[in-house]
Design a protein around this ligand. Structure first.
Ligand SMILES: [Ca+2]
Length: 231
């Protein structure tokens, strides 16, 4: 019985620790505001224990664009330059596709089309926490003349390929082409875009013909590298 006060104190300390632990966990989980649910796979181990990842993670299915504005493709291809297609190898079973020879903003698709053909997919992105974000896109390039896209934030209405349009791609010569992730790069590293809290417009614009793109990821974790479908 002489142990009782000590035992009570121990229990109180354990209870306090439990409250603290739950508080930390909830705080970390609430940091995952974005356009899609974030799964527990984003937790990471740091010195002294395991903490919930406090970074922002936004995941967008490419085919869920707020709108796609596209010129008609070259008549030999038909349809639009940029279109949503079924693809069993894509996340959600769909991706956006720019067929080979459909057209480019430079007026060349192979050797038979000298008319500029513009296309873009537009996304509305809600940023909960201002910061420097990296942009990743799950894509399947076609060939060395079909392995780039443009992207830009908050420049809707600007000329198609102006200084605000960043090229993503030209980074994988795998044959056959494969699904993989590309960031916008700056000096070899993923480029960081400062995004204030609030809504932003993200555009993916055509540059070459042939690419498919499937999922977009934005994160303020500079070390994050998406794998697989990054669900
Ligand atoms: Ca998809």
């Amino acid at each position: 019985m002489t142990d009782c006060p000590k035992r009570t104190l121990l229990l109180l300390l354990l209870a306090a620790w439990g409250v603290l632990a739950v508080s930390c966990s909830e705080d970390g989980a609430s940091g995952h505001a974005g356009n899609g649910p974030t799964k527990p796979g984003n937790t990471r181990t740091v010195k002294g224990g395991v903490f919930a990842d406090h970074y922002q993670h936004i995941r967008i299915e490419a085919e869920d664009a707020a709108k796609i504005e596209s010129a008609d493709a070259h008549p030999d291809v038909g349809g639009k330059v940029m279109r949503v297609v079924d693809d069993p190898t894509a996340s959600g079973g769909k991706c956006i596709f720019i067929p080979d020879l459909a057209g480019t903003p430079f007026g060349k698709a192979g050797s038979k089309d000298d008319i500029p053909r513009y296309a873009r997919a537009v996304y509305k992105v809600k940023i909960a926490v201002a910061g420097n974000y990296t942009f990743w896109i799950r894509r399947k390039w076609f060939d060395s003349c079909g392995d780039t896209l443009y992207m830009r934030f908050d420049k809707e209405g600007a000329p198609h390929s102006d200084a605000h349009a960043h090229t993503v791609g030209s980074d994988d010569a795998s044959k056959p082409p494969r699904w993989d992730w590309s960031p916008v790069k700056e000096k070899g590293d993923p480029r960081q875009f400062y995004l204030s809290a609030g809504e932003h417009t993200l555009e993916i614009l055509n540059r070459e013909d042939g690419p498919r793109f499937d999922v977009i990821r934005l994160t303020d974790d500079p070390d994050y590298v998406p794998q697989g479908m990054a669900e």
